[in-house]
Design a protein around this ligand. Structure first.
Ligand SMILES: C[S@@+](CC[C@H](N)C(=O)[O-])C[C@H]1O[C@@H](n2cnc3c(N)ncnc32)[C@H](O)[C@@H]1O
Length: 271
C-alpha cells in the first residue's frame, strides 16, 4: 500500500488549490535493487537522469525525495509508463499559468538514446536494468558536456564485462554495492569518468569488445572484494558452476585466467 508523504492541500474555500500548495505525493515501494540505487544517490538534492526509466518507479521515488529528475527512455511506450506513474503521484504537475506559488515539476521526460540527445545539466545519471553492452555504448556515446559525471550503474547481465569496459572507457569505479533480489545478485556500481567522453568514437581498439576476457577481480568487483562485502561469498558460490559450464567458450584463449578465477572464487566462498 503506497504511503502518502505530504498531505493534500485544503484551502479555506474547500476547492483544491493549485497554487501555493503542495500536491499529495505518493511514494511507491521500491524493490531491494532500486532501494540500493536510491540510497547510493543519497539525500542531498541533485539533478539526476534515470536512463531507461521504463516503469518510472525509481524516477518518481527520486523526484518525491527532492531530486530534480529527468526520466529518459529510448521507447515512447516505456516513457509513457513513467509519465502515467508521475501523473498518478502528482509529480508531473505544474500549476497552470505559473504564478508566485508555482513550483517547477521535479520530473521531466526525454525520449532518446542514452545521453546522446540530452542537454540538461546533471550531477548524476542512473543506468539500471540494461545489459553491459548497452550501458557501455551509452557511456561511450555520452556528449562531452557530461565529462566527469557520476554514474550509478546496475547491469542486468555480464557485470564483469561492464567493469572491464569501464576501465577501457576511462572510468574509475568509486563505490560498489551488491544486492540479492529474487535469488539473483545485482551489483550497483558507482563510476566516474576520468577522461573526456569520446562522443561516440572508440576510445581504443580494445574498447567495447564483449569478447575481452575479464580479469578475476572484475568478476567479483574490486570494491566489493576490498570491503569484503557480506554477500560476496554467496555470489562466488553461485558463479563457480556457471563459469565452469561456460569455460570452454569464455576462456578458450586464456586458461590461466580461468585457473586464477576459480582459485579466487574458492577463496571468497570460504570467507
Ligand atoms: C528492463 S527496463 C529497466 C527499467 C529500470 N531502469 C529498472 O532497472 O528497473 C529497460 C529500459 O531501458 C530502455 N532502454 C534500452 N536501451 C536504451 C537506451 N539506449 N537509451 C535509453 N533507454 C533505453 C528500454 O526501453 C526499457 O524501458
Amino acid at each position: 500500500m503506497p504511503a502518502v508523504c505530504s498531505p493534500p492541500c485544503k484551502p479555506a474555500n474547500g476547492q483544491l488549490s493549485t497554487v501555493n500548495c503542495q500536491l499529495p505525493v505518493v511514494r511507491h515501494a521500491l524493490s531491494a535493487r532500486l532501494s540500493v540505487i536510491a540510497k547510493m544517490i543519497g539525500d542531498t538534492p541533485l539533478r539526476v537522469a534515470d536512463i531507461g526509466c521504463d516503469h518510472g518507479l525509481l524516477a518518481c521515488h527520486l523526484a518525491a525525495a527532492g531530486h530534480t529528475v529527468t526520466a529518459v527512455d529510448i521507447s515512447a511506450a516505456s516513457l509513457e509508463k513513467c509519465r502515467i506513474l508521475a501523473e498518478k503521484t502528482g509529480l508531473a504537475f505544474v500549476p497552470p499559468g505559473g504564478g508566485p506559488g508555482a513550483r517547477r515539476a521535479p520530473l521531466s521526460f526525454h525520449l532518446g538514446n542514452g545521453l546522446k540527445t540530452l542537454d540538461t545539466p546533471l550531477d548524476c545519471a542512473v543506468i539500471a536494468g540494461l545489459g553491459a553492452g548497452t550501458i557501455a555504448g551509452i557511456l561511450r556515446s555520452a556528449r562531452p558536456h557530461y565529462a566527469g559525471l557520476r554514474f550509478i550503474l546496475c547491469p542486468a547481465s555480464r557485470p564483469e564485462q561492464l567493469r572491464t569496459r569501464l576501465r577501457c572507457l576511462g572510468f574509475g569505479i568509486t563505490n560498489e554495492e551488491l544486492v540479492l533480489e529474487d535469488r539473483r545478485y545485482y551489483p550497483v556500481i558507482e563510476a566516474v569518468g576520468c577522461q573526456p567522453p569520446t562522443g561516440g568514437q572508440p576510445a581504443s581498439t580494445a574498447d567495447c569488445q564483449l569478447t575481452t576476457v575479464s580479469s578475476p577481480a572484475d568478476w567479483l568487483g574490486p570494491c566489493l572484494f576490498a570491503t569484503r562485502h557480506p554477500l560476496l561469498p554467496g555470489l562466488a558460490r553461485t558463479l563457480k558452476p556457471k563459469i565452469e559450464k561456460s569455460a570452454p567458450s569464455l576462456f578458450a584463449e586464456n586458461p590461466t585466467a580461468l585457473c586464477e578465477l576459480l582459485k579466487l572464487l574458492d577463496e571468497v566462498s570460504a570467507w
